[in-house]
Design a protein around this ligand. Sequence first.
Ligand SMILES: [Zn+2]
Length: 169
Amino acid sequence: MTRQSDPAGTALSRRDLDLLRQSIALSETSKARGRHPFAALVADEAGKIVASAGNNSMPPEGDPTQHAELVAAAMAARALPPEALAQCTLYTSAEPCCMCAGAIYWTGIGRVVYALSEHALLGLTGNHPENPTLSLPCREVFARGQRQVAVVGPVLEEEAAKPHVGFWK
Ligand SMILES: [Zn+2]
Protein backbone atom coordinates (compact mmCIF):
# COMPACT_ATOMS: atom_id res chain seq x y z
CA MET A 1 0.00 0.00 0.00
CA THR A 2 1.51 3.32 -1.00
CA ARG A 3 0.37 6.73 0.00
CA GLN A 4 -0.49 7.26 -3.65
CA SER A 5 -3.01 4.42 -3.75
CA ASP A 6 -4.24 5.30 -0.25
CA PRO A 7 -3.94 9.07 0.16
CA ALA A 8 -5.74 9.09 3.51
CA GLY A 9 -3.33 6.48 4.86
CA THR A 10 -6.07 4.65 6.72
CA ALA A 11 -6.04 1.31 4.88
CA LEU A 12 -4.12 -1.48 6.57
CA SER A 13 -1.73 -3.57 4.50
CA ARG A 14 -0.06 -6.90 5.20
CA ARG A 15 3.20 -5.01 5.67
CA ASP A 16 1.52 -2.77 8.25
CA LEU A 17 0.47 -5.83 10.22
CA ASP A 18 3.96 -7.28 10.00
CA LEU A 19 5.58 -4.06 11.25
CA LEU A 20 2.98 -3.67 13.99
CA ARG A 21 3.70 -7.24 15.13
CA GLN A 22 7.40 -6.33 15.23
CA SER A 23 6.60 -3.44 17.56
CA ILE A 24 4.60 -5.82 19.77
CA ALA A 25 7.55 -8.25 19.84
CA LEU A 26 9.80 -5.34 20.84
CA SER A 27 7.44 -4.51 23.70
CA GLU A 28 8.06 -8.06 24.98
CA THR A 29 11.82 -7.42 24.66
CA SER A 30 11.42 -4.18 26.57
CA LYS A 31 9.69 -6.07 29.39
CA ALA A 32 12.45 -8.72 29.36
CA ARG A 33 14.96 -5.87 29.88
CA GLY A 34 13.10 -4.80 32.99
CA ARG A 35 11.33 -1.88 31.34
CA HIS A 36 7.67 -1.23 30.75
CA PRO A 37 6.18 -3.38 27.96
CA PHE A 38 5.93 -0.69 25.30
CA ALA A 39 7.78 -0.31 22.01
CA ALA A 40 7.58 1.61 18.77
CA LEU A 41 9.30 1.70 15.42
CA VAL A 42 9.31 4.04 12.46
CA ALA A 43 9.38 2.68 8.92
CA ASP A 44 9.86 4.63 5.73
CA GLU A 45 7.70 4.54 2.63
CA ALA A 46 9.33 1.31 1.48
CA GLY A 47 8.74 -0.36 4.85
CA LYS A 48 12.38 -0.12 5.93
CA ILE A 49 12.76 0.38 9.67
CA VAL A 50 14.60 3.65 10.31
CA ALA A 51 14.21 3.82 14.10
CA SER A 52 12.97 1.66 16.94
CA ALA A 53 12.80 2.03 20.69
CA GLY A 54 11.48 0.39 23.80
CA ASN A 55 10.09 2.27 26.74
CA ASN A 56 12.78 3.80 28.96
CA SER A 57 10.74 5.81 31.43
CA MET A 58 12.20 4.49 34.67
CA PRO A 59 15.11 6.25 36.36
CA PRO A 60 18.05 6.01 36.68
CA GLU A 61 18.63 4.74 33.10
CA GLY A 62 15.71 6.62 31.66
CA ASP A 63 13.26 9.34 32.59
CA PRO A 64 9.47 9.69 32.42
CA THR A 65 9.57 11.41 29.03
CA GLN A 66 11.29 8.49 27.32
CA HIS A 67 8.21 6.74 26.03
CA ALA A 68 8.98 4.43 23.11
CA GLU A 69 7.11 6.52 20.53
CA LEU A 70 8.80 9.77 21.53
CA VAL A 71 12.28 8.20 21.41
CA ALA A 72 11.63 6.47 18.06
CA ALA A 73 10.14 9.63 16.52
CA ALA A 74 13.12 11.71 17.66
CA MET A 75 15.58 9.13 16.26
CA ALA A 76 13.76 9.13 12.92
CA ALA A 77 13.76 12.93 12.83
CA ARG A 78 17.55 12.98 13.24
CA ALA A 79 17.94 10.40 10.45
CA LEU A 80 15.59 11.70 7.77
CA PRO A 81 14.62 15.00 6.11
CA PRO A 82 11.07 16.34 6.52
CA GLU A 83 9.88 15.10 3.09
CA ALA A 84 10.85 11.54 4.00
CA LEU A 85 9.37 11.78 7.51
CA ALA A 86 6.03 12.77 6.00
CA GLN A 87 6.00 9.41 4.19
CA CYS A 88 6.94 7.42 7.31
CA THR A 89 4.66 5.42 9.55
CA LEU A 90 5.18 5.00 13.28
CA TYR A 91 4.07 1.59 14.56
CA THR A 92 3.45 1.26 18.25
CA SER A 93 2.29 -1.49 20.57
CA ALA A 94 -0.01 0.97 22.35
CA GLU A 95 -1.72 4.19 21.32
CA PRO A 96 0.55 7.23 21.63
CA CYS A 97 -0.20 9.35 24.69
CA CYS A 98 -0.66 13.08 24.15
CA MET A 99 3.06 13.74 24.80
CA CYS A 100 4.07 11.22 22.13
CA ALA A 101 1.34 12.34 19.75
CA GLY A 102 2.86 15.81 20.13
CA ALA A 103 6.32 14.44 19.29
CA ILE A 104 4.94 12.62 16.24
CA TYR A 105 3.25 15.81 15.12
CA TRP A 106 6.34 17.96 15.61
CA THR A 107 8.65 15.51 13.84
CA GLY A 108 6.28 15.51 10.85
CA ILE A 109 5.79 11.75 10.70
CA GLY A 110 2.77 11.30 8.48
CA ARG A 111 1.05 8.24 9.80
CA VAL A 112 0.52 6.18 12.96
CA VAL A 113 -0.58 2.56 13.33
CA TYR A 114 -1.22 1.47 16.90
CA ALA A 115 -2.27 -1.80 18.55
CA LEU A 116 -3.77 -1.26 22.02
CA SER A 117 -6.04 1.72 22.49
CA GLU A 118 -5.38 4.06 25.42
CA HIS A 119 -8.70 2.83 26.79
CA ALA A 120 -7.74 -0.86 26.58
CA LEU A 121 -4.37 -0.02 28.13
CA LEU A 122 -6.09 1.61 31.08
CA GLY A 123 -8.05 -1.62 31.54
CA LEU A 124 -4.74 -3.51 31.75
CA THR A 125 -2.79 -1.08 33.95
CA GLY A 126 -5.56 0.12 36.24
CA ASN A 127 -4.43 3.26 38.05
CA HIS A 128 -0.88 1.96 38.40
CA PRO A 129 1.40 4.72 39.77
CA GLU A 130 4.02 4.00 37.09
CA ASN A 131 1.53 4.40 34.25
CA PRO A 132 -1.29 6.79 35.06
CA THR A 133 -2.65 6.83 31.51
CA LEU A 134 -3.93 10.08 30.06
CA SER A 135 -7.35 9.61 28.58
CA LEU A 136 -6.83 11.65 25.45
CA PRO A 137 -7.02 9.77 22.14
CA CYS A 138 -4.15 10.60 19.77
CA ARG A 139 -6.69 11.43 17.06
CA GLU A 140 -7.94 14.31 19.21
CA VAL A 141 -4.41 15.68 19.58
CA PHE A 142 -3.73 15.43 15.84
CA ALA A 143 -7.10 17.00 15.01
CA ARG A 144 -5.86 20.26 16.60
CA GLY A 145 -2.83 20.41 14.33
CA GLN A 146 -2.29 22.21 11.06
CA ARG A 147 -0.73 19.17 9.46
CA GLN A 148 -2.58 15.92 8.87
CA VAL A 149 -1.47 12.74 10.60
CA ALA A 150 -3.24 9.58 9.44
CA VAL A 151 -4.16 7.15 12.23
CA VAL A 152 -5.02 3.46 12.09
CA GLY A 153 -5.97 1.59 15.26
CA PRO A 154 -6.71 -0.16 17.43
CA VAL A 155 -5.40 -3.27 15.63
CA LEU A 156 -4.24 -6.65 17.04
CA GLU A 157 -5.28 -5.62 20.56
CA GLU A 158 -5.29 -9.18 21.93
CA GLU A 159 -1.71 -9.82 20.75
CA ALA A 160 -0.54 -6.49 22.09
CA ALA A 161 -2.20 -7.10 25.47
CA LYS A 162 -0.24 -10.29 26.17
CA PRO A 163 2.99 -8.62 27.38
CA HIS A 164 0.88 -6.57 29.84
CA VAL A 165 -0.98 -9.46 31.42
CA GLY A 166 0.28 -9.82 35.00
CA PHE A 167 2.75 -6.94 34.61
CA TRP A 168 0.82 -4.10 36.25
CA LYS A 169 0.30 -5.57 39.70
ZN1 LIG B 1 3.71 8.49 25.39
